[in-house]
Design a protein. Structure first.
Ligand SMILES: [Ca+2]
Length: 290
């Protein structure tokens, strides 16, 4: 008897803004409060060697969407919009019947925002709205572009604020009270974003979607400090990457290179999507997901 094909996996892509890989609790920076992302990593995998195509926002984001280097698509200058003729993984998803949505910062221009079936720029727009609008049986892709921990920083972004005496001061920065205050606010903004990630992940759970949804969390470039964002030193290029893939146990083999993502699992057999990441190979107990 023929087996019924499992439904396609839904995909959620969470993107932080100006965030170096080391600055998550699950990356070893235990003084940053990121319980929701730490939990995601514990249930999935953390890829410590995720390096972006550019240490700036819009060029790297264009690489995520197209699978091409920014120079290839003419988007290497900051704030350059995505050329209207460039195909992205959104096209591949739509061809497969996906409902596509985005919240907040996409940074590829207004025309590009209209390529999504659903787009909300307003930071106060509820995440539930996207799920309310989709057809119940339609697979979805949802992009959430947080603007944390991008500057400008303001005090009291997170309660309780991080203890400035305990923040991690990278070796390339001087350890002064002013730098510690600045790093403390960076950590506060990361914690605020983590709380919003928790809201979205709870929504997936409460609507029964988590069991069929792949969740990516990554960043667009490194921390906004001298020697990091805007430079090709590691703190400017090495961003977080966490992946939760339902059905795969924690601790599966990690192998990653950007910028082309090929999803070949039992639920996405043969599907190839340009962009997002170059290649993910996940293997578990002799099974191979590529
Ligand atoms: Ca950025």
């Amino acid at each position: 008897m023929a087996q019924t094909a499992p439904p396609p996996l839904n995909i959620v892509f969470l993107c932080s803004d100006d965030h170096t890989a080391a600055d998550l609790g699950c990356s070893g920076n235990v003084n940053i409060h990121t319980p929701n992302l730490d939990r995601l990593a514990a249930r999935g995998a953390r890829f410590p060697n995720c390096f972006v195509a550019s240490p700036q926002c819009s060029p790297n984001r264009s690489a995520i969407f197209t699978g091409c280097t920014p120079h290839t698509t003419g988007t290497s200058r900051l704030h350059t919009p995505m050329p209207p003729w460039e195909k992205t993984f959104l096209d591949a998803l739509k061809e497969r019947g996906y409902h596509t949505g985005a919240y907040r910062k996409v940074h590829q221009g207004d025309e590009f925002n209209r390529r999504f079936d659903f787009y909300r720029a307003d930071k106060k727009a509820a995440f539930a709205e996207f799920f309310d609008q989709r057809l119940a049986d339609q697979p979805f892709f949802l992009h959430v572009g947080f603007t944390d921990p991008h500057r400008p920083y303001v005090p009291k972004a997170f309660d309780p604020p991080h203890d400035r005496s305990k923040v991690r001061v990278p070796k390339f920065l001087p350890d002064t009270p002013e730098i510690r205050e600045d790093l403390g606010m960076y950590a506060d903004f990361i914690a605020r974003m983590d709380a919003e990630c928790g809201q979205l992940l709870s929504l997936l759970e409460s609507r029964g979607l988590a069991k069929n949804t792949v969740v990516f969390f990554s960043g667009d470039n490194g921390m906004p400090f001298p020697g990091a964002k805007g430079t090709c030193y590691d703190p400017g290029l090495n961003v977080p990457l966490l992946v939760y893939w339902p059905g795969l146990a924690r601790g599966f083999t990690r192998h990653l290179a950007r910028p082309r993502w090929r999803a070949r699992s039992s639920q996405n057999a043969g599907a190839e999507f340009p962009g997002l990441v170059r290649r993910i190979e996940l293997s578990e107990a002799g099974r191979r997901f590529q």
